[in-house]
Design a protein around this ligand. Structure first.
Ligand SMILES: Nc1ncnc2c1ncn2[C@@H]1O[C@H](COP(=O)(O)OP(=O)(O)OP(=O)(O)O)[C@@H](O)[C@H]1O
Ligand SMILES: [Zn+2]
Length: 715
């Protein structure tokens, strides 16, 4: 509340709001004091449009302030708001300003908007909260909200409209819920307070106190809200900091930074594993590889011995061989023999979708290994990380990981006690920089085991199960040419499962044969109901293969023929070389092609060309592959000579057609040879087909009996 004493008027006490109101009423509308102004009645400031005449309206004249000169207004403001910035002249609204003022209001009326005055006054700084809340309240008062309008030559002058006037405009057109929505701010509070006082019949004398109490309550509520906002802000800040720490922790988490499988198969950070329980004793059938790695074991056991002599051991050893031949096992055995930590990493695990993860994992791996030297680092599937570097804009970062690997390998001295063993099935896919001297410069081949190696591996795994004395590992080994160590382990395991399913005490040859067939020809599909017609076609088709194999000199011996659906096929003839074939002759390759043609030729001869079936598609694929390798890789074409053609797609059209021509000739000749054999042995062909229809599966001995015209014993 402010008391104003002036020469023209007795002392008048006016609420600040009225005073501010008076300063601000844009049209400086006349404000008439009610008779009892000195009773200091509270006047509700209601929007003018809603108070025709019966509401007190104040203006400077009634406050006896209209005669005030500019200087006196200054004094008044000084008095009201000590510390209000000096030197700021409040010009009269007639003062034409050529320089735009700070605010739209001042521009328009030539004097400061009271709120900015209040805000810039020391009073505001001392009681900023109270004044801020009064200002923020007042700002909601209809009279102080200015709408921005611009006068243009053409358009009608858009009068400044307070919200209340705009409200009046919308009142007639807007439905009541919109009005209620628009009134949701101060105005409705004031009305409800008035109503409250009327309904509660609060006596005049106490109304002020009531209002003060209300205002205090409101301010307290505001303070509380402020406090809540502050604590909310603090909580959000704390959460944000925690989130940052969480993200940082995750990135630092070893699970994300370096994750390699240990022998227990659990994902973990780069935890070395002691391989005490794996030695060269556990690796069978690869004696040469074991010998080559023996010296590495010596080095790891006693690196000094090598440094004294000055010799340099290879930093990197590359194990090359088909899948399942024991490369990983060998690496573990090296670490186990030397009793040093073993770090397992799979090349495919290095790279993730995030750029740079692969390189950082390699850095972590080598850092850990160097800290635990002497040790073995094993990188499986090396080709997936050390593959030929492709320069392509699509993969600008594909080289990062391999470059990091190269850098790490160059980063430590040969006799530092860290041996890196890499394994790959595709050595030709490796980047040359990886296999140059000083990196993976020692290559150890781990081939498929020969019949002797297979026998050893079979014995090793048979000793882990109960088997019948009648089991002869040698026979099984002979019948599993080309099997890898992993396949042989699987064969013994499948036989043990079969014996368990059949409720047997131990594994016999029958179970071993069964699991061998399963691996060779696919699992039996007994449930498949084949109608007789299809069975007959299959019987003659498979007999065709068997007859060609039987009567072609360089063909592989037959192992088994069956018309039991297995895997994706309705029937199958499995052949097994009498021993391991390290090289194949032209005659052997041609014989394989002829055997493949036997199925289709049999269908054509027996059922006619209109009834040949699709069943021969995989046979033709096989024959075509052999013919293509003969022409493009093995130099077995008279016309094209010994030149090899690795990527036929990049050849000239003439060369390509010449290659196709040669392949076509080989296949045609093979077809004719097969036809000739089946025509010659039509009787045997028929007997064998009927035997298959009767017995479903015949082994090599039984096939021989049938083709010799003898009677099979009833099973
Ligand atoms: N020569 C072997 N002697 C004994 N067991 C073997 C031999 N080769 C393979 N195995 C068995 O097969 C399993 C798989 O072999 P391993 O993983 O070492 O082969 P790999 O060559 O590393 O295969 P890949 O190239 O697919 O990684 C071994 O755990 C082991 O049980
Ligand atoms: Zn076939």
């Amino acid at each position: 509340m402010f008391s104003l004493s002036s020469t023209v008027q007795p002392q008048v006490t006016v609420p600040l709001s009225h005073l501010i109101n008076a300063f601000h009423s844009p049209k400086n509308t006349p404000i008439s004091l009610s008779a009892s102004a000195s009773q200091n009645q509270h006047r509700d400031v209601v929007p003018e449009h809603e108070s025709p005449g019966n509401e007190p309206v104040l203006n400077l004249r009634d406050l006896g302030l209209s005669e005030l000169k500019i200087g006196q207004i200054d004094q008044l403001v000084d008095h009201l708001l000590p510390g209000f910035c000096k030197g700021k002249s409040i010009s009269s609204h007639w003062h034409t300003s050529h320089v735009s003022a700070q605010s739209f209001f001042e521009n328009k009326y030539g004097y400061l908007d009271m709120f900015s005055t209040l805000r810039s006054s020391c009073l505001y700084r001392q009681h900023s909260r109270t004044l801020k809340s009064i200002c923020s309240d007042l700002q909601y008062w209809p009279v102080f909200i200015q709408s921005r309008g611009f006068k243009t030559l053409k358009s009608r002058t858009r009068r400044l409209q307070s919200t209340s006037e705009r409200l009046a405009e919308t009142q007639h057109i807007a439905p009541s819920f919109v009005k209620g929505f628009l009134l949701r701010d101060r105005g409705s509070d004031v009305e409800s307070l008035d109503k409250l006082m009327k309904t509660k019949n609060i006596p005049e004398a106490h109304q002020d106190a009531f209002k003060t109490g209300f205002a205090e309550g409101f301010l307290k509520a505001q303070a509380l809200t402020q406090k809540t906002n502050d604590s909310l802000r603090r909580t959000r800040l704390i959460l944000f900091v925690l989130l940052l720490f969480g993200i940082y922790g995750l990135l630092k988490n070893p699970f994300l930074s370096v994750r390699f499988r240990t022998t227990t198969g659990l994902d973990s950070a780069v935890d070395p594993v002691q391989m005490k329980n794996v030695t060269f004793e556990h690796v069978k059938g690869v004696e040469e590889a074991k010998q080559e790695l023996q010296e590495v074991v010596e080095f790891l056991k006693n690196p000094q011995k090598f440094t004294v002599l000055g010799g340099k051991l290879p930093k990197g050893i590359l194990l090359v061989g088909p899948p399942g031949t024991g490369k990983t096992l060998l690496a573990r055995a090296v670490a186990g023999e030397a009793d040093v930590p073993f770090y397992y990493a799979s090349g495919s695990e290095f790279d993730e979708m995030f750029v740079g993860v692969g390189a950082s994992r390699i850095r972590n791996l080598f850092r850990e290994a160097k800290a635990n030297a002497p040790c073995v680092i094993f990188i499986d599937e090396l080709d997936s990380v050390g593959g030929k570097r492709i320069e392509s804009p699509m993969h600008p970062y594909s080289r990062q990981t391999i470059n990091q690997l190269l850098a790490e390998m160059d980063g430590f001295k040969p006799n530092e006690g860290v041996i890196i063993i890499g394994a790959t099935n595709f050595p030709e896919a490796l980047d040359n920089a990886l296999i140059r001297p000083g990196r993976f410069d020692m290559q150890v081949t781990v081939p498929r085991p020969d019949v002797k190696g297979r026998t050893e591996i079979l014995k090793w795994y048979l000793n882990k199960i109960k088997f019948d004395q009648s089991v002869d590992p040698e026979i099984i080994a002979r019948g599993t040419v080309g099997f890898s160590g992993a396949e042989l382990e699987n064969l013994v395991n499948q036989a043990a499962l079969k014996a368990a399913v059949d409720g047997k005490e131990m594994v016999t040859m029958k179970e071993l044969e069964f699991s061998k067939d399963k691996i060779l020809m696919g699992p039996e599909r007994r449930s498949v109901e084949i109608d007789n017609k299809n069975k007959t076609i299959t019987a003659y088709h498979e007999s065709g293969h068997a007859i060609i194999a039987y009567y072609t000199k360089d063909a592989m011996p037959i192992n088994k023929a069956t018309i039991m659906p297995r895997g994706p096929t309705l029937g199958h003839v499995s052949l097994l070389p009498e021993n391991d074939r390290w090289n194949e002759t032209r005659a052997q390759l041609l014989a394989q092609m002829d055997v493949s043609m036997g199925g289709r030729v049999a269908e054509e001869l027996i059922f006619g060309t209109d009834h040949i079936t699709t069943g021969a598609s995989s046979d033709f694929d096989n024959a075509t592959k052999i013919a293509k390798r003969m022409v493009t890789k093995f130099g077995m074409s008279e016309k094209l000579g010994v030149m090899t053609y690795s990527d036929t797609g990049k050849l000239s059209p003439e060369t390509q057609s010449a290659i196709e021509q040669e392949i076509r000739i080989l296949l045609r000749d093979s077809y004719e040879r097969a036809k000739h054999i089946l025509k010659t042995h039509a009787k045997e062909h028929k007997n064998l087909a009927e035997a298959l229809l009767t017995y479903e599966t015949l082994d090599a001995k039984e096939i021989q009996i049938v083709l010799e015209g003898k009677k099979l014993e009833v099973r």
